[in-house]
Design a protein around this ligand. Structure first.
Ligand code: TRP
Length: 449
């Protein structure tokens, strides 16, 4: 591939970008609430095991393919194939992957738009700008669309600047900020009455839940979504990684940071819910289960902040800034997947490609917003429950069966000279060939029943 492709300038740059992709709404919202409603510490345990046993090897497949080909997912899978049919299959899987990435972004941007609205609402409240505050809390279609558009514009603006000046520099600014806000919020919330009960609910395992297959499935789905797998986002980030960086270590770093931040977010969300309960706010739904969906983020937490007066306004600003930042560093990685395909396979330049793809994705978001009841959940389950695991299997099979063993070894050796003698090399190639695809498939077919 041409040498004027972008590249991350440092290990930290890659780590921040890839962790930024991985850490998103899935970590801060999805993980803690899933844990709470699935046996607390037991879910955490299942999640950690699956993240390292299944998601990490799949992540490694994407990073290896990406850096080997130094190209987008379509070109990369095309080049791996040695026959016409494997090449064609590779391109098809690649196009399907970026299609899924675009679809995920189209619903993700709607939710991120809600986060921006809440953020704007709290800021307007602080400065006494009541017209804006009222408009941002209205349930109008226009508000949903404009805030979604604003979020996509932010995403496009970063992607249009390229790998170093866009993705890397914004991820390295935003990720530390995210961690600081998260830590600050945890410290505050843990000092409030009721918090400890939330901690107990989160951390004390109910092991009887471990025997439910649906728990394992939720944990697996969560791990795949959280590590941004299957759709070529990690693949393209891997393709921007320098040859002298060790892939197994980088991948392990990303997995550790991602699971670490998901765990840490639980220390905020669950205590906050029980603090809300101590204030008289209902945190259980009519069915007796802990509120987990939009009700949690857009009702329970805002009502909690409202009981806290001035401090509450600041907490709300901090919390929704945290959510918006987490969403933005993830959305840029989703947009980069289709944009890299367009720039590397057509004559279109990055800026044009970014705006074009952003425009298409916003059109899809608009269609979803206009048919919320009918489309939203369907798009989420089609992309994350069905497509991501299948694409994950496909990518493992490409590495295991189509990539040659010496190609694999050479790629891994770059940046990790003694890899041949490592445990990683003894286990992983066999693992992605047989175990990973079978286990993912097993989990997947279970979920269809
Ligand atoms: N991992 C992110 C989260 O936890 C979301 C995300 C970013 C993603 N890129 C992706 C999900 C690609 C699936 C595929 O919120």
């Amino acid at each position: 591939m041409s040498d004027n492709r972008g590249q991350f300038s440092s290990k930290i740059g890659f780590l921040m970008a890839a962790t930024g992709s991985a850490v998103g709404l899935g970590n801060i919202w999805g993980f803690p609430t899933q844990a709470a409603s699935n046996g607390g510490g037991a879910f955490l345990l299942a999640y950690l095991v699956l993240a390292f046993l299944l998601a990490y090897p799949a992540l490694m497949s994407e990073l290896v393919i990406g850096r080997h080909a130094r190209a987008n997912i379509v070109t990369a899978l095309d080049e791996l194939g040695q026959t016409r049919s494997t090449k064609r299959l590779g391109r098809a899987v690649g196009y399907y992957g970026v299609l899924v990435a675009g679809l995920i972004l189209s619903f993700y941007a709607i939710v991120a738009g809600w986060m921006l609205s809440e953020f704007g609402q709290s800021v307007s409240q602080l400065i006494g700008w009541h017209t804006a505050e009222t408009w941002l809390s209205s349930d109008s279609l226009l508000r949903h669309l404009l805030m979604c558009a604003l979020f996509i514009v932010l995403t496009v603006a970063i992607i249009a600047r390229g790998v170093e000046a866009g993705i890397e520099s914004w991820s390295t600014r935003l990720m530390p900020l995210l961690i600081v806000i998260l830590a600050g919020l945890i410290v505050y919330v843990l000092t409030q009455p009721g918090a400890i009960e939330g901690l107990k609910n989160y951390l004390i395992p109910d092991f009887t839940q471990l025997t439910r297959p649906s728990l394992l499935l939720s944990a697996l789905g969560q791990a795949f979504f959280s590590l941004s797998l299957g759709v070529g986002t990690m693949l393209i980030y891997g393709s921007y990684l320098r040859k002298d960086d060790s892939l197994p270590r980088m991948g392990a770093g990303v997995t550790l940071l991602d699971t670490g931040i998901a765990f840490t977010a639980g220390l905020l969300i669950l205590p906050a819910m029980y603090v809300a309960q101590a204030q008289g706010i209902a945190i259980y739904g009519d069915n007796g289960e802990l509120l987990a969906g939009p009700g949690l983020i857009f009702q329970v937490l805002p009502s909690l902040f409202a009981t806290m007066g001035n401090v509450g306004v600041w907490l709300s600003i901090a919390f929704f800034a945290l959510m918006s930042i987490a969403a933005l560093t993830s959305s840029i990685s989703m947009l980069e997947a289709p944009v890299s395909v367009v720039t590397e396979r057509t004559a279109l330049k990055r800026v044009g490609a970014a705006w074009l793809m952003g425009g298409i994705i916003f059109t899809v978001s608009t269609i979803i917003v206009l048919n919320m009841e009918r489309l939203f959940d369907r798009v989420v389950s089609l992309t994350t429950e069905y497509s991501q695991p299948l694409l994950g299997i496909a990518l493992c099979l490409f590495v295991g069966w189509i990539m040659k063993r010496n190609q694999l070894l050479n790629e891994l050796r770059a940046g990790h000279r003694d890899i041949e003698h490592s445990l990683f090399w003894k286990i992983w190639p066999f693992y992605v060939r047989f175990i990973c695809p079978v286990l993912i498939l097993l989990a997947f077919t279970q979920s269809l029943r």
